[in-house]
Design a protein around this ligand. Structure first.
Ligand code: UGA
Length: 445
């Protein structure tokens, strides 16, 4: 199928390149000429494992990029909207969605054959049919359901493993205004054999996306609240609690041979210093705002955000309990990115933690395997020294504060073994076995 992807960001580029790899002819569109030029040279504008290889393999064959939206739409059978939906004020900003819908509409005015427009961007329930559809009808002068179809097909890509997630999906959600649209969407995803495909309405598809993220965010805040209670009550470690909770056979089923299935989901039921990134905080807040508009207050999700916004404080409180004053204390900060496998600093719990420690007069040496440049942009260089090596960050530290679950931090006990006196380790992700360290504390102890 000939596909135009509108918006060459994280979702658009990954989707476009992967659809080309799966055999479709894809043209990615972006208003930024620099992005288009780089993409056409095979240089991905975002860092995603495996993306560069697939881009280089397909460029000039089944994949190309352009700034000419009109031509890309006219030359394709299906257009996928993958522009950003930033959270502004108290709701998502549909400005880019509206703009691109107008341009698609204008192009469709010139097209005589049937075309399908599908929204891939995360949009609140109702957007596809109440915003995208009427704008395209107005600018094309044509009627949805007759001259063109409208659909919604959310993405479930995790940053860092987005290519893998796209190529091996756990589900494909297809929302369409009618059977004809849904049939075209099924044809697009036919190449993904054996994957569960859900045929539904655009509004339900939009809701599925938000509900998926809201569930995961809720699990994290739930675990953090339990962890905080463990700390408050004393003599309970949340890791012991959660390990036993996970053994509920409804969470980790027992196979006939006695072995356990340990679903990845259980990792979201563990305490830590909070969730971040460009999706969970924004999506949960957008759903709350949308509920408010519909006179449906989202009390639980409001608490999910509230717990998450307070969670970084736990790290400060642990340090306050352990040291008489934070002024002049020497800290090694391990991990700055919002999660491992990325240099993304957006909404990272490390931001409020570092800022508060700096305000308290702590002296910090930080190490993150990849986020240094991004961190410098946000945290500056005045209050923190960035180290090239993990061991450099540990030099002279009174305490080590672990904020991101990078695999290489697992060797911390080894690196600290010979240091005298051994610094206190404050584990914000509970990833180190506490028996391996002489001085250890963390979230939920
Ligand atoms: C999330 C969802 O997982 C994707 O399914 C979804 O498509 C994406 O948002 C999106 O809406 O675009 P992402 O934000 O990349 O993907 O990251 P996750 O790996 O889910 O992590 C989100 C937050 O949860 C991070 O702060 C991370 O530290 C935290 N987390 C993640 C945990 O606390 N525990 C985990 O096991 C995994």
């Amino acid at each position: 199928m000939k596909v135009s992807v509108l918006g060459t960001g994280y979702v658009g580029l990954v989707s476009g390149v992967c659809l080309a790899e799966k055999g479709h002819h894809v043209c990615c569109v972006d208003i930024d000429p620099d992005k288009v030029e780089k993409t056409n040279r095979g240089v991905p504008v975002i860092h995603e494992r495996g993306l560069e290889g697939l881009l280089k393999k397909n460029i000039g064959k089944r994949f190309t990029a352009t700034s000419d939206l009109r031509k890309a739409v006219l030359d394709s059978d299906l257009s996928m909207i993958a522009v950003g939906t930033p959270f502004k004020g108290d709701e998502i900003d549909l400005g880019y969605i509206r703009e691109v819908s107008k341009q698609i509409g204008a192009a469709l005015r010139e097209k005589s054959t049937y075309h399908v427009v599908v929204v891939k961007s995360t949009v609140v329930p109702g957007t596809t049919q109440e915003v995208v559809l009427p704008v395209i009808e107005e600018f094309s002068g044509k009627t949805a359901g007759a001259a063109f179809g409208i659909g919604m097909n959310p993405e479930f890509l995790r940053e860092g493993v987005a290519v893998e997630d796209f190529m091996s999906p756990d589900r494909i959600v297809l929302g369409g205004i009618d059977a004809r649209t849904l049939d075209v969407l099924e044809e697009l995803y036919q190449v993904f054999e054996g994957v569960d495909k859900i045929r539904t309405t655009p509004k339900t598809a939009e809701m599925i996306k938000y509900t998926s993220n809201a569930l995961l965010a809720t699990m994290i805040s739930f675990s953090n609240e339990i962890g905080n209670l463990c700390t408050g009550l004393g003599d309970i470690d949340v890791v012991d609690v959660m390990r036993a909770v996970h053994l509920d056979k409804r969470l980790c089923p027992i196979l006939p041979d006695g072995r356990r299935i340990v679903p990845q989901f259980t990792t979201y039921i563990e305490a830590g210093c909070g969730f971040g990134g460009s999706c969970f905080p924004k999506d949960v807040k957008a759903l709350i705002a949308h509920g408010k508009k519909a006179q449906q207050p989202m009390a639980l999700l409001q608490s999910v955000i509230q717990v998450n916004e307070q969670q970084p404080r736990q790290i400060i409180e642990i340090l306050n309990k352990q040291f008489r004053s934070l002024k002049g204390i020497r800290l090694a900060i391990l991990g700055l990115a919002f999660k491992p496998g990325t240099d993304d600093m957006r909404e990272s719990p490390a931001i409020p933690i570092v800022n508060e420690l700096a305000a308290a007069g702590a002296s910090m040496r930080a190490f993150d395997p990849v986020a240094r440049t991004e961190a410098e942009k946000i945290l500056g260089t005045r209050q923190i020294t960035y180290c090239e090596q993990l061991s450099d960050a540990l030099d002279g530290a009174d305490a080590v504060v672990l904020l991101t679950r990078w695999d290489e931090f697992a060797k911390l006990p080894e690196l600290l073994a010979d240091r005298e006196p051994q610094p206190l380790v404050v584990d914000g992700r509970r990833m180190i076995d506490k028996k391996k360290l002489r001085r250890y504390t963390g979230i939920g102890i």
